[in-house]
Design a binder for this molecule. Sequence first.
Ligand SMILES: C[S@@+](CC[C@H](N)C(=O)[O-])C[C@H]1O[C@@H](n2cnc3c(N)ncnc32)[C@H](O)[C@@H]1O
Length: 226
Amino acid sequence: MKIDIVSVQPRMFEGFLRESIVARAQRKGACEIFIHDLRDFAHDKRRTVDDRPYGGGPGMLMMCAPWFEAIETLTRDCTARPRIIMTTPAGKRFQQSDARELSEAEHLIFMCGHYEGFDARIRTLATDEFSIGDFVMTGGELAAAAMTDAIVRLLPGVLGGGMAATRSESFSDGATLEAPQYTHPADFRGMKVPEVLLGGDHVKAEAWRQSEAAKLTRQMRPDLTP
Ligand SMILES: C[S@@+](CC[C@H](N)C(=O)[O-])C[C@H]1O[C@@H](n2cnc3c(N)ncnc32)[C@H](O)[C@@H]1O
């Protein structure tokens, strides 16, 4: 998979690309990630990419020309039609099912907004518009990083535990949280690991996990429960 990320804050991705699963995915050849500075597509010496909104209002908006030229450049010689993802609080709420669907694409392009957001005409470039939650951040960089992480860890060969590692996770069926999990010691300051997990009976342990997962989902996320 190829991932292009376009931003006015390209250095925000330095640590993200070098660490953990995202670094491993690149090392293993599961994906290539390229960060592009939107200012490289500006037309003036000051590398301006924003301007005042028509009709007044606070702040600045991202201008059309740099975004259209950036996307035209990144899509020019593409063999597969890329998914072009605009980060915006107005987008569809990003979910695990979106991460899974996008993990099957060959090429993703993330558009990171900034200032007061995008000139509305820039929306015509996007194939998808995603929000990562009902709150407003300064820029789309953290949203693009969050989505990239969720997608890349689903690529074959990236996680140590293989596909099994993602199959029983929270949201993997769209509606259930993962059951509580425990590691050593079996008794920590009087807090004991449930007996059923200590006995070695995998069938009983799995039944317990399913019932605890349902209980936790009802308690923490009643909105997911039918
Ligand atoms: C300060 S925000 C602009 C907010 C915009 N004026 C509004 O009220 O919807 C700047 C950029 O951050 C990104 N952003 C902010 N919050 C986001 C969220 N919850 N999900 C995805 N992207 C977000 C978007 O790219 C947005 O264009």
